[in-house]
Ligand binder design. Structure first.
Ligand code: ADP
Length: 580
């Protein structure tokens, strides 16, 4: 019952399965103890009834008193234990699951994130785990415990009087049959609702991110209408989902209740035909309320249980993804980066086809080529942000795919166009480059990166909060902060994606100065856009359609008749002249 399939169906950890087993056992015990209470009541009733109809002695009150007292104590203890095993354990477990999930996400290759959008992932971490938490704590133990205890009680009742037992219990399998029959529909509705919810959060996120463009282009109405439509659709799918499960759950509950009527009918007809006395009917009527009680709770939650399987499947999808693993030690001989016949595709379309080149230590190697030729992809692969699929990439002779990505990255500094800044002070944003760096070290790096003069103008200097993702800084300033980070880290390899268009001349010169300090003696792989950088590079690798088409020093490539690099240089200088 609680095998591997069950574990996957509800995304339970091994500990979670153990907890469910415990909760089930305690639910069985509680249900049986409550039934014992009914037994005591029945004994009491029949004892006193006998004194009315026969000449029997009055039952001893203290015996019943003791029995009732014992029942109360036992009931209290078992309920407490059941509470502990259903709620207490689950709440501890949920923490482990969330931390495990975060840990897993941290180790997943970027290819995973490329295929899923942020709203979807957030929904899994927050929404799906919440939904599962409720199912783990409120449903599984109760439901399975109730199945078992009802089975035990049903056997007992059948032995007592099978005709009455049948009249009393027929509704339970019919009700559950109906619910299980509707499971597919519930699942489909749940998937629809989830998809609609993700669209709404996507829409909100998009609108907030683009708010400036939306206002600037007078598109507010259009965006709001689109968002309204999404919200309406979500509401409709949710209502439809609730309605369809509600109909089945209530129908099941009514069917189960019909058991009371059939018990009374069967009981009275059996009494009238003289086959049983009044007491068995009384016993069954009492039992019936107790049999239905745990199911009542379970019925209300069973729809949620079916729906939770969609959440569990989404969670398992993350857990099933292979994480990027590798050795915890990285001891390369030098830091030359060598691409050997590297092949790579994000999806089906091949982006790199047999790329080979070497970026030497102490040199600046510039990747040049038309947009979409695969320059950024090469830089991402060189840092194992994505894993290559064919060939090999080695750093100092070590295949990077054999090294733990986090260990590997400690040898890399990345200065990319989309600098990520956190809503913290300037000081902390730079300190991110080196964990535990002193304030003095941070200041020195900031000075070398030409951050000093703009930081000084900020109201609280280095202690100024810079807003979410550095909203209060200009493009050039953000880039200088990221260079300061890299300087602080002082890693032997620097991957650099030059930002161009957004920088004014003054900023550009400052950034250039900062970079020249950062790059000394490192292995530098730069995605070059500016001719100035390209001319200053030690080596140029020209990419086109995912292949290396030219390679060599700038001077050598400029000599090449009909060379792509030569043509690009001519085009750029012509457009520069035109701009002036
Ligand atoms: P470049 O840096 O030379 O402009 P890229 O390496 O960014 O080129 O892109 C090469 C190709 O890969 C392009 O066709 C681009 O559309 C595609 N590509 C880039 N990033 C992704 C991604 N995350 N998912 C799918 N395709 C991508």
């Amino acid at each position: 019952m609680f095998g591997k399939e069950f574990q996957r169906k509800y995304a339970l950890t091994d500990q979670g399965v153990q907890n469910t087993v415990q909760a089930t056992i305690w639910t069985v015990v509680v249900n049986l103890v409550v039934m014992c209470g009914m037994g005591i009541l029945q004994m009491m009733m029949s004892g006193y009834m006998k004194t009315l109809t026969e000449d029997a002695p009055l039952p001893k009150a203290w015996v019943f008193l003791l029995l009732v007292l014992g029942f109360v104590v036992l009931s209290l203890l078992t309920h407490l234990q059941q509470y502990r095993s259903t709620y207490g354990l689950v709440y501890r477990e949920i923490k482990t699951v969330r931390i495990g999930l975060a840990e897993r996400l941290r180790r997943l290759p970027l290819s995973f994130f490329g295929k899923r959008d942020l709203a979807d992932l957030t929904e899994t971490i927050m929404g799906d785990v919440n939904r599962l938490e409720h199912v783990w704590s409120h449903c599984l133990g109760y439901l399975y415990g109730s199945y078992l205890s009802t089975a035990i009680i049903a056997v007992g009742l059948c032995l007592y009087d099978w005709r009455m037992a049948l009249a009393c219990l027929w509704g339970v399998p019919v009700a559950f049959g109906l619910l299980f029959g509707s499971r597919k529909l519930a699942k489909r509705r749940s998937e629809e609702t989830k998809a609609a919810a993700i669209q709404v959060s996507d829409g909100i996120q998009e609108t907030l991110e683009e708010i400036r463009e939306i206002r600037a282009t007078n598109q507010s109405d259009r965006f709001l209408n689109a968002l309204n439509e999404k919200i309406d659709r979500h509401e409709k799918t949710m209502l439809r989902g609730e309605l369809s499960t509600g109909i089945f759950v209530n129908a099941a509950s009514v069917i189960m209740r019909l058991g009371v009527a059939t018990t009374i009918l069967t009981g009275t007809s059996l009494i009238l035909s003289g086959k049983i006395s009044f007491m068995p009917l009384f016993l069954f009527l009492m039992a019936i309320t107790r049999i239905y009680a745990p199911f009542d709770q379970a019925l209300a939650l069973i729809a949620e249980m079916f729906m939770s399987q969609v959440s569990a499947a989404r969670l398992m999808e993350i857990c099933d993804k292979e994480t990027a693993e590798g050795a915890a030690r990285f001891e390369p001989k030098g830091h030359d980066i060598v691409f050997e016949n590297v092949g790579f595709a994000y999806d089906n379309e091949q982006v790199l086809r047999g790329v080979s080149f070497t970026a030497k230590e102490g040199e600046v190697t510039a990747l040049v080529g038309p947009s979409g030729s695969g320059k950024s992809t090469c830089a991402r692969l060189a840092a194992r942000l994505w894993d290559y699929q064919r060939g090999a990439i080695r750093v100092g002779g070590v295949d990077i795919q054999s090294v733990d990505p986090e260990v590997l990255l400690s040898d890399y500094s990345m200065v990319f166009q989309d600098v990520v800044l956190f809503d913290d002070t300037v000081m902390e944003n730079i300190r991110l480059g080196k964990h535990g760096a002193t304030d003095e070290e941070v200041r020195a790096a900031a000075r070398a990166a030409n951050c000093d003069e703009f930081v000084e103008k900020l109201p609280q200097g280095y202690a100024t909060p810079i807003g979410e993702n550095g909203a209060k800084l200009s493009g050039g300033e953000r880039q200088r902060i990221s260079i300061a980070r890299a300087l602080l880290k002082n890693a032997p390899i620097v991957l650099l994606d030059e930002a161009t268009a957004s920088l004014d001349v003054e900023n550009e010169t400052k950034v250039q100065e900062a970079l020249s300090r950062l790059l000394v003696g490192k292995t530098v792989l730069v995605i070059a856009h500016r001719m100035r950088t390209v001319q200053a590079a030690d080596k140029i690798v020209v990419l086109a359609e995912g292949k290396v088409v030219e390679e060599g020093s700038p001077a050598a490539l400029l000599q090449k008749e009909n060379g792509i690099f030569r043509r690009m240089t001519q085009l750029q200088s012509a457009s520069a002249a035109w701009q002036i």
